[in-house]
Write a protein that binds this ligand. Structure first.
Ligand SMILES: Nc1ncnc2c1ncn2[C@@H]1O[C@H](COP(=O)(O)OP(=O)(O)OP(=O)(O)O)[C@@H](O)[C@H]1O
Ligand SMILES: [Mg+2]
Length: 328
């Protein structure tokens, strides 16, 4: 059996928060609450869910930009959650990140050449100047930018081009895994499609694994091998893209999909509306967290938290129902 490149086990990230007008009384905001999944080499796992469900916190905890409250993360068998800062810095080479907003993640005063060369220098992978220049030119080519881009500054490029620069920088240390946090969300439709295609190509060519965090289901359907759906800090459904999109097993997945514009004919009937607001992650509902908005909730849902269970289609869903009611 092969080791997964990323193994996340019972991960919790709770933020300490104050509540009440006078800020008395501490409480925990359960941003990520008992999350377990793996990503295999060369695979793309998408993490989807509404704003505030904990996607970015999950990504940031895996990178250890945020410390986990509980649980473990392994990258290629190395336990990230136990590492010292020094060990972590060395390991970061194998796990890179691309954020939503390249304007804030690319230093405006650095030339593109130096931006892309920075990880090479930091990880001790740089040779002499000529070797670095050659590597930068190669990386620019891989992301579809001209060699001449090296001498320019980030503000001279469009949003889509800047995201190509961020991707070139992420590729520089030859990582095994790239975490993309809403990497295409700020782009216009045509740049979005181009960057998604670029990521798919690179992934196939280089055997990269992607953890693709996005609230955009149309993009996810295009790029993901598997999909994990998060609601209030938990994964409520995880499985192969096709199974999950064609036959969601969790009422929340069904609702999310039904909200996507222009669904395929096979899914067009599957319209259900979510009622109410997302509850606070400081005080989540008892039992199933989705029950307050679920059209199919019954007594057991308030009393007992559903575990992720495997379904006939292969995906796993955390719902007490064995099958969702047919839609009329
Ligand atoms: N540093 C922090 N301190 C306290 N609470 C935080 C912090 N960062 C995020 N949160 C809270 O944690 C929860 C999850 O936030 P997170 O940013 O991970 O969600 P998200 O799924 O990435 O949302 P979006 O789709 O808007 O990017 C939210 O309730 C958010 O308000
Ligand atoms: Mg986010």
């Amino acid at each position: 059996m092969t080791t997964p490149i990323l193994d996340v086990h019972q991960l919790r990230t709770w933020y300490p928060v104050r509540r009440g007008l006078l800020g008395r009384g501490a409480a925990w905001l359960r941003a990520v609450d008992d999350v377990t999944f793996t990503v295999m080499r060369g695979e793309t796992l998408a993490i989807v869910g509404e704003s505030g469900c904990g996607k970015s916190t999950l990504g940031r905890t895996i990178l250890r930009f945020v410390e986990p409250t509980e649980g473990n993360v392994w990258l290629d068998g190395h336990r990230i959650t136990e590492m010292s800062r020094v060990e972590l810095r060395r390991l970061r080479r194998h796990m890179q990140v691309v954020f939503q907003d390249p304007a804030s993640s690319l230093s405006p005063r650095m030339r593109v050449r130096d931006i892309i060369a920075e990880p090479l220098v930091n990880f001790g992978l740089a040779g002499d100047r000529a070797a670095v220049d050659a590597r930068v030119a190669d990386l620019l080519c891989q992301v579809g930018l001209p060699r001449s881009a090296a001498e320019r500054y980030p503000h001279e490029f469009s949003g889509g081009q800047r995201q190509r620069i961020a991707i070139a920088r992420a590729l520089a240390p030859e990582p095994d895994l790239i975490i993309c946090d809403e990497a295409v969300s700020a782009l216009d439709t045509s740049s979005k499609a181009q960057i998604v295609n670029l990521l798919s190509d690179l992934q196939q060519r280089l055997g990269l694994a992607l953890l693709f965090i996005s609230h955009d289901l149309a993009v996810v359907e295009h790029i993901a091998d598997r999909v994990a759906v998060m609601y209030l800090g938990k994964i409520v459904e995880i499985g192969e893209r096709a199974a999950l999109f064609e036959q969601p097993a969790h009422p929340y997945t069904r609702a999310l999909l039904s909200a996507v514009l222009d669904p395929s004919p096979a899914r067009r009937h599957a319209r259900i509306m979510l009622r109410g607001e997302v509850p606070s992650p400081i005080d989540p509902p008892s039992g199933c967290r989705f029950r307050t908005r679920c059209p199919y909730a019954f007594d057991r849902c308030a009393a007992e938290e559903p575990e992720l269970r495997e379904r006939p289609n292969g995906q796993s869903a955390a719902c007490h129902l064995d099958a969702l009611p047919a839609l009329s």
